[in-house]
Design a protein around this ligand. Structure first.
Ligand SMILES: C[S@@+](CC[C@H](N)C(=O)[O-])C[C@H]1O[C@@H](n2cnc3c(N)ncnc32)[C@H](O)[C@@H]1O
Length: 512
């Protein structure tokens, strides 16, 4: 076991690499060439790890953006927090805005996405398994390594600011942190990956896992779903490491997407007739969101909900059901379409707080929200068998199709999550088939491309439901000319092909 090599201070100097066009580099790599110590980054000063106690020598403070990023990453690992929920709260509490907030966000999200590869590198640089490093020090080192390997922050600033951070969170570990980070800084990311990843020829899954920072079981699941095309898998992994654009769904009948695009400085979507792409990050306080003309929703989610409503149907068409409605994104779109078509949507959600979110999301629309278990079809008089014309099952799933939006989830999800989820998916899809009238349609949707959650669940549920149903080809129900929809009858969308989350849609028609 070799310990970290101490290098002279000069050893940490890195060339400014003009390579921020690399696909795995976050857009707009930050250049922090201001001093990293107190008063260096912005005017807010920093965080004194000693709490500024009188009589103590004043310690170097940690600049606020890095401190905020540390707090967010630590909360994700310590408290199982979600970065997209915890970070905005910390930013607000600390009063960070503008460029400082963008830097803290970049550090938090980037570090969480790249965690697997950063840990592999830190293990090599520290000469000990990263799991054996004290958690607060480990998180600080991850943030430091991210700055060194993924941003244009100069090495001296990345190292010194991380050592300052370690001083506040892991007493006695500053020398260790300094040595490890200098070792990390000795090579760029590509060199580290070349050194540590297995070769593509020897172990393609292991190679892609280390190179693009995804767990091996997820790389394998993507490879299965993409028919073993490792070039495509690579493009998907790269896309998952990019900052995703924010999409709005402009509610039909409420506003014209082109007008909303002008109003928010965005662009109309490429595929969904309701989509607007926002330029830049967070949607903030847009009036189109506040007054119910639009909601935030990935374009893929819009497309699969719209496909269910676009499918031709004989006979009555006024009773629609969303069996897994919370927090209400698709129910908002379906409710707006129902209003235009003289239909009414019943939106079912088992979690009470999420049922309340559905109520908020569908206010003013012809939607009845039921706080109940969707599997009670037939037992609950409001969920009678054979009653509904169109039924959506947007099933709980691993969410492997939206990894780019949830930076920590690839590390939190486990293969052992699959059996209970797929059982629930089968039961909900069976209930949906029973709720549908003969001739009616069921749309089964997941935001996961894992074949066990998509093809296997659909085939098994249809077989076990005791309700005869045929597949309907979903491809013609997506916008004409949309590329890469496969051989049907189901549809799998992909971030790297369509710019959407990896939504899966199977359409089934109950026959008798
Ligand atoms: C993938 S999310 C649905 C997303 C939603 N359709 C949207 O577009 O905003 C799945 C939802 O199903 C809910 N759920 C889980 N089990 C359920 C059950 N047995 N009955 C009804 N809802 C359930 C979860 O609480 C979760 O809100």
């Amino acid at each position: 076991m070799t310990g970290p090599t101490r290098r002279p201070a000069d050893g940490v100097r890195r060339e400014q690499r003009g390579d921020d066009q690399r696909p795995d580099r976050p857009a707009g790599g930050f250049r922090d060439d201001r001093p990293a110590r107190a008063g260096g980054w912005g005017d807010r000063g920093g965080v004194d790890g000693r709490g500024g106690r009188p009589g103590r020598p004043v310690r170097p403070a940690v600049d606020l953006p890095r401190h905020v990023a540390y707090q967010a990453v630590a909360a994700v690992h310590r408290d199982d927090a979600y970065a997209n929920l915890v970070l905005p709260t910390i930013l607000r509490e600390q009063g960070l805005t503008g460029r400082d907030a963008a830097f803290a966000t970049e550090l938090t999200y980037g570090t969480l996405r790249q965690l697997g590869t950063l840990d592999t590198i830190l293990t090599a640089a520290a000469g000990r398994d990263v799991e054996r490093i004290d958690p607060p020090v480990r998180d600080a080192l991850r943030l430091g390594a991210y700055q060194l390997l993924h941003t244009r922050v100069p090495a001296h600033a990345a190292v010194s600011s991380t050592v300052d951070l370690v001083r506040t969170v892991g007493e006695g570990a500053t020398g260790f942190a300094n040595a490890v980070l200098r070792e990390v800084a000795g090579q760029d990311r590509d060199a580290w990956v070349t050194r540590l990843a297995p070769t593509m020829a020897a172990d393609p899954i292991g190679h892609l896992s280390v190179t693009y920072s995804h767990p091996q079981w997820i790389v394998r699941a993507f490879a299965d779903a993409l028919g073993g095309d490792l070039g495509e898998v690579t493009r998907l992994l790269i896309e998952n490491n990019e900052r995703p654009p924010v999409h709005l769904c402009v509610r039909p009948g409420r506003a014209d997407p082109a007008d909303v695009a002008d109003e928010v400085g965005g662009a109309p979507g490429a595929f969904s007739p309701y989509a607007v792409y926002l330029r830049g990050g967070a949607p903030g306080e847009l009036s189109a969101l506040a007054d119910g003309r639009a909601h935030v929703q990935d374009e893929g989610s819009q497309l699969v909900a719209n496909a269910l409503v676009a499918a031709p149907i004989d006979g009555p068409d006024g009773r629609w059901l969303d069996l897994c409605a919370g927090p209400g994104g698709k129910a908002g779109l379906l409710g707006a379409l129902a209003a235009q078509r003289g239909a009414r949507l019943t939106a079912v959600e088992v979690a009470e707080h999420r049922a309340r979110l559905v109520e908020q999301a569908t206010r003013g629309l012809p939607v009845t929200v039921l706080h109940t278990d969707g599997r009670t079809v037939g037992a609950d008089p409001k969920l009678a068998e054979g009653h509904f014309d169109r039924v959506l099952v947007d099933a709980p799933c691993t969410g492997l199709g939206s990894l780019r939006r949830r930076p920590e989830s690839r590390w939190r999800r486990q293969p052992s999550d699959l059996p209970p989820l797929t059982r629930l998916q089968r039961e909900l899809l069976s209930a949906a088939l029973r709720a549908t009238r003969p001739g009616g349609l069921v749309g089964y949707v997941t935001c996961s491309p894992h074949t066990v959650e998509t093809h296997v669940t659909v085939t098994e549920a249809a077989r076990r439901a005791g309700v005869p149903a045929d597949f309907v080809d979903a491809r013609p129900l997506l916008p004409a000319g949309m590329p890469g929809l496969g051989d049907g009858p189901t549809v799998q969308l992909w971030p790297h092909r369509h710019g959407t989350d990896a939504m899966f849609l199977a359409l089934l028609r109950r026959t008798t």
